[in-house]
Design a protein around this ligand. Structure first.
Ligand code: PMP
Length: 378
């Protein structure tokens, strides 16, 4: 198998699973139990929290565990309803947000709970800063703009954007869905930035699925989505997912190595794009600007082809990749993200996404190129 679908999920390496298992054996108690087994579990949970905070240059008490980034993103949006009660909160999101921000915000708007503004992106997929500045004049409570896009890999300059937002006289809160940035880009500056909230998911960095976290500069600006036993200082009730927390913590402990390894994707991307050109394959790379995750290569077929068949044969031959994003595959037509970038028609519909990790190799890229060549020749 050749795995090129790391933006959908980064399968947990075997050695990692073994380390999670051995740590879990030290204590699988309930972290809320007061006896020694519970206290040992609590210690492990706090150690993991520290690893995650360290990866962000933040404090341990600024990290809240969740079941994933979908819950994290929903929590941040819903917090606005609890904090602003005198009127409808005014929220701005970008046109290319993941559905866990976009659809959640749309639902809040459609049920009359918020005023929603959508920030367009330019042809390269980056948010339009001049439009952002004009929206800021409207008086906003929350701005939510993703760090890197899961479909195209386009990276927004989040530090600059957060500073623009926070320096505005109306001082809205600023959230970034940073899921696709963690483990690929150094984020150790975050704790000192203007970002108020950032959301993360463990399974995108080789951790277990169903695990995530919210970074909050000031946790008093957050409100819980899930109520109950008051875990996570009342911000996310429910017995802690100890295996998931261990896993997320261990992956963040090794984040420096992950980010360093990801640099390999710069050469792999170049090899893939040069190979497509040399072989004269009818594929075009979208989001090819400088500000793109090197390991995300988003390709379109401009001529009519049977994409389903190509995808099927590639899968059967061992190549695991996505048509568009895993979250939107299965949905017909052009993706919302591509439409927002003005990529429509066949270019928007017939897409393949290759998403690499640092552990992918030049031999795998060569093998992919020759399979694609043979397949398209046929
Ligand atoms: N945001 C982005 C940018 C993502 O790529 C994903 C995962 N597809 C999510 C949010 C949702 O994360 P989770 O799977 O942890 O709910």
């Amino acid at each position: 198998m050749i795995y090129f679908d790391h933006n959908a999920t980064f399968p947990a390496p075997r050695e990692h699973l073994e380390e999670v298992f051995s740590k879990l054996q030290q204590s699988d108690g309930n972290p809320s139990s007061l006896h020694s087994v519970g206290r040992a579990a609590k210690l492990i949970v706090e150690e993991s929290r520290t690893h995650i905070a360290d990866a962000l240059g933040a404090g341990r008490r600024q990290i809240i565990f969740t079941s994933g980034a979908t819950e994290g993103n929903n929590t941040v949006l819903h917090s606005m309803l609890a904090k602003i009660t005198a009127r409808k909160p005014r929220i701005l999101i970008s046109a290319t947000e993941h559905p866990s921000v976009y659809d959640a915000a749309l639902e809040l708007k459609n049920s009359g709970k918020i005023e929603l503004f959508i920030l367009p992106v330019n042809q390269t997929g980056i948010v339009d800063l001049s439009v952002l500045k004009s929206y800021l004049e409207e008086g906003l409570d929350l701005v939510s703009i993703m760090l890197a896009n899961n479909e195209t890999g386009v990276i927004n300059n989040i530090q600059e954007i957060a500073a623009i937002v926070k320096n505005h006289k109306t001082k809205p809160l600023f959230h970034t869905d940073a899921v696709q940035g963690l483990g690929k880009l150094d984020l150790s500056w975050m704790g000192k930035s203007d970002i108020d909230f950032a959301t993360f998911s463990a399974h995108k960095i080789g951790g277990l699925k169903g695990m995530g976290a919210i970074y909050a500069k000031d946790i008093s600006t957050l409100a819980p989505l899930v109520l109950g036993g008051g875990q996570e200082r009342g911000l996310r009730s429910g017995t802690e997912n100890v295996p998931g927390i261990i896993s997320f913590g261990l992956r963040c402990r090794d984040i420096g190595k992950l980010v360093k390894d990801y640099e390999n994707t710069v050469a792999l991307r170049q090899q893939l794009l040069t190979g497509l050109e040399d072989l004269k394959l009818p594929l075009r790379c979208n989001a090819a600007g400088d500000s793109t995750l090197p390991g995300t290569i988003h390709l379109s077929f401009p001529q009519p082809i049977d994409l389903g068949m190509i995808f099927f044969v590639l899968d059967q031959s061992g190549f695991k990749l996505s048509t568009g994003s895993a979250c939107s595959s299965g949905k017909a037509g052009s993706s919302r993200v591509l439409s927002a970038m003005g990529i429509t028609g066949l270019m928007g519909e017939q897409t393949l996404r290759v998403s690499l990790a640092g552990s992918n190799t030049a031999v795998e890229i060569d093998s992919f190129l020759s399979s694609l060549y043979r397949l398209l020749k046929k």
